[in-house]
Design a protein around this ligand. Structure first.
Ligand SMILES: [Zn+2]
Ligand SMILES: [Zn+2]
Length: 322
């Protein structure tokens, strides 16, 4: 099965956590968290259209300036999602610079703060010197972005302050069977993207397709497609190790193919983890196991374990697979 997206950590496990998601076949990427991102090359940074920030501690938000500088001349807007205070934090960052020569630049930033049952929304446009403009609220029922290819969901938990955990999933995945395509005498080409798009929209059953000067109905073409469950990833950073957080996390990340999860402390340092409002490696493993996750990637490890990093991996894997 050809995946729809690839998700990879940007930095090493002791550095700022950040996951770059490349949407294959689209010139577009998403980013989970916005700490140090200088390892991404400029070509990858300019493809970022949506950023999902867990919270605005420095290690999750200091890359905003790098991103902003790379995108100033871009026409495509940037959407930034985060906890309720994200709009104030973006406003504060933008107020840190002088924008008298920016009015001809095209960049538009749309910021969304995730509350319990609403999304607050503000815009910052270069043509308006990045002065904040508040927009009407949206109702929020867990879904943050609904795209034809995927859905991003968010859940607000606690890290002493509100922290948002995210998941990204395809509703279903469409595979094209090349053998049947060849048997029907049909070529591979851009028409297949159109065909897949129509399948996803589900309300265009009457649509026809012209291929090689012949007209096909959607039903006639169904033979070439196999529909399987879509990919799901989840991104969980900086969550206090409370029973309530853990129960809600298990439900939220259920069935993920890949879970990117913090494992800041060892279980033997659980008191420290409580004081600092972080998960332990054992908790990351337990969450992954109880949620039936396929693959657990631990990241955001405390630098104090640099000399014994394998203990963190072993502890997480023991709980997960053990
Ligand atoms: Zn952190
Ligand atoms: Zn934090």
């Amino acid at each position: 099965m050809k995946p729809t997206f690839h998700a990879n950590p940007v930095n090493g496990p002791f550095e700022d956590p950040c996951v770059y998601v490349r949407l294959l076949r689209e010139r577009r990427s998403l980013l989970f968290d916005l700490g140090y991102i200088d390892r991404l090359d400029a070509g990858n940074i300019v493809k970022i259209t949506d950023v999902f920030v867990t919270h605005t501690h420095m290690d999750h938000f200091m890359g905003f300036d790098t991103l902003l500088r790379s995108l100033l001349k871009r026409d495509t807007p940037l959407r930034v999602f985060g906890p309720e205070n994200i709009i104030e934090c973006i406003e504060g960052k933008l107020k840190g610079y002088t924008w008298n020569l920016i009015k001809d630049y095209p960049l538009k930033i749309e910021a969304f703060g995730i509350g319990d049952n609403f999304l607050s929304h503000a815009c910052f446009y270069a043509q308006n010197s990045f002065i904040r403009k508040d927009m009407p609220y949206y109702p929020f029922d867990g879904i943050i972005v609904e795209d034809p290819l995927f859905v991003v969901k968010g859940l607000v938990l606690s890290h002493q302050i509100p922290v948002v955990v995210y998941s990204m999933e395809e509703e279903f995945h469409i595979n094209i069977n090349k053998a049947i395509l060849a048997e029907m005498g049909l070529p591979v080409g851009p028409w297949l993207s159109d065909f897949k798009k129509t399948l996803r929209q589900q309300n265009q059953k009457e649509k026809t397709f012209e291929v090689n000067n012949r007209i096909f109905t959607l039903r006639e073409l169904m033979r070439i497609a196999t529909i399987t469950r879509g990919q799901k990833i989840a991104y969980v950073m900086d969550v206090a190790p409370t029973d309530e957080n853990i129960e809600r996390l298990i439900q939220f990340v259920k069935g993920s193919d890949t879970l990117f999860c913090e494992a800041y402390f060892l279980e033997s340092d659980r008191n420290r983890a409580k004081e600092r409002h972080h998960l332990t490696a054992a908790l990351a493993g337990r969450i992954a196991k109880e949620a039936g996750v396929g693959n657990l990637i631990i990241m955001h490890l405390s630098p104090k374990y640099r000399h014994c990093v394998e203990e963190l991996y072993n502890e997480a894997m023991r709980e997960f697979k053990g």
